[in-house]
Ligand binder design. Structure first.
Ligand code: 13P
Length: 238
């Protein structure tokens, strides 16, 4: 099965980077992995236009209200209107730096799905919570997905916060164990087989062994997705 190779540019790159990035992917991506690139919202339209037929375009965030006086926010329908078809919801940086709660993320998930966007919903524990990851992840899942009945447009990304941007990758044994737990939690609570991506310091030198794991349905890449060469090296590493 194709695995999802998702990029998260975070607050990096500018308009000038779009053209060479897309051109490189077009020229060099040979296998069939499913590529999704989540770019800053101001670049969505241009990226989606240039990337048509090359890779999918995603937002990194959108608000749960449909429209109105919410200065600085963007709605799911605005994302959709740019030509993007994915959005991240619940990235740990949104949770930690911008105070997004499980309740808000649940509303964002509902709003994004209503617009027909595909959602990469992020979960993960901080370092101090590592020993009790089960209760932390279960709470994020049960509260984040409350009331959801159609899971067909959702994948989950497990990103241990202590592995993001730190160079510290979870061991393959840890990844297998936690992904199995996440999948089991979705099965028990919602009766669905959830696809689970891994994120946190994924790079060309470690992606092969991570993507080889049966429990891993893809990866979500931050720093190493900023250069098309590294991103495509990861996509081709399985
Ligand atoms: P890094 O790959 O830079 O660790 O970031 C992971 C991440 O947060 C992707 O969403």
């Amino acid at each position: 099965m194709d695995k999802i190779i998702a990029a998260n540019w975070k607050m990096n790159n500018t308009f000038a980077d779009i053209k060479p990035f897309v051109k490189y992917i077009k020229k060099n991506q040979k296998n069939k992995n499913n590529l999704v690139v989540c770019v800053p919202s101001v670049m969505l339209s241009e990226f989606a236009k240039q990337a048509k037929g090359v890779c999918e375009t995603g937002a990194q965030n959108c608000y749960f209200e449909a429209k109105g006086a919410y200065t600085g926010e963007i709605s799911a329908s605005m994302v959709k209107s740019t030509g993007a078809n994915y959005t991240l919801v619940g990235h740990s940086e949104r949770r930690q730096l911008f105070g997004e709660t499980n309740e808000m993320l649940n509303k964002k998930l509902v709003a994004a799905l209503k617009e027909g966007l595909k959602v990469i919903f992020c979960i993960g524990e901080v370092l101090e919570e590592k020993s009790k990851y089960k209760s932390v992840l279960k709470k994020q899942i049960v509260e984040g997905f409350a009331g959801i009945t159609d899971f067909s447009n959702i994948v989950v990304a497990y990103e241990p916060v202590w592995a993001i941007g730190t160079g510290k990758v979870a061991t393959t044994a840890d990844i297998k164990k936690v992904h199995a737990f996440v999948k089991q939690t979705f099965k028990e609570n919602f009766g669905v087989d959830m696809l689970v991506l891994y994120g946190g310091s994924v790079k060309p030198s470690n992606s092969k062994e991570i993507l080889a794991l049966d429990e891993v349905d893809g990866v979500l890449i931050g720093g190493a997705s900023l250069k098309a060469e590294d991103y495509i090296a990861i996509a081709q590493s399985r």
